[in-house]
Design a protein. Structure first.
Length: 144
């Protein structure tokens, strides 16, 4: 299994992202070709995929940006194809993001995961992420 940082758009990538997104959450809408291109072209968003023989088995997004308190790194949208879970793919994706953030000079990586996401919480804790006591807030800007 190879972990690859995406730099070029392909239709196969679009198909894979839209196959994986519903496995991340029921509430996520499919992405368009132009939106995926925007992600790939962004200076602050880094999309990693797990692939083997041209098939995509999982993805992870790393966001990195300079902010006044330091160079910020955040992991988002980690998902592995349901039938290929438990084989170390999520771990490999996360390791690749950690490595990228370390090389970029981030002093820490942040992420959030709902307590109901048992596998994800186990994965992060096993990899050394420490649970922080903080409140996470959200404001919907588009009516649901
Ligand atoms: C979370 C997720 C990405 C893990 O991917 P994965 O490839 O199955 O995980 P790995 O095989 O790399 O497992 C790594 C570690 O995670 C933990 N883990 C993985 N699946 C687990 C499960 N079902 N129950 C408990 N722990 C689990 C284990 O500690 C495992 O280490 P071990 O194999 O040494 O015991 C995957 O379950 C997934 O896509 N879930 C749905 C989407 C999601 O919740 N994403 C996270 C959003 S925050």
């Amino acid at each position: 299994m190879n972990i690859v940082e995406i730099t070029v758009y392909t239709d196969d990538l679009l198909k894979a992202v839209n196959r994986l997104l519903p496995q991340l959450s029921d509430n996520v809408k499919p992405v368009s070709k132009s939106y995926l291109k925007k992600i790939i072209e962004s200076d602050s968003t880094f999309l990693f995929i797990a692939e083997e023989n041209d098939k995509i088995y999982g993805m992870l997004t790393l966001i990195m940006a300079p902010i006044p308190s330091g160079f910020r790194a955040v992991i988002e949208d980690v998902v592995v194809d349901e039938t290929f879970r438990g084989k170390g793919i999520g771990r490999k994706l996360t390791e690749a993001a950690i490595e990228k953030a370390r090389k970029a000079g981030a002093a820490a990586i942040n992420l959030t995961s709902h307590p109901s996401r048992t596998a994800a919480n186990k994965l992060y804790q096993k990899m050394g992420f420490i649970l922080r006591e903080t409140n996470v807030y959200k404001m919907d800007l588009v009516p649901k």
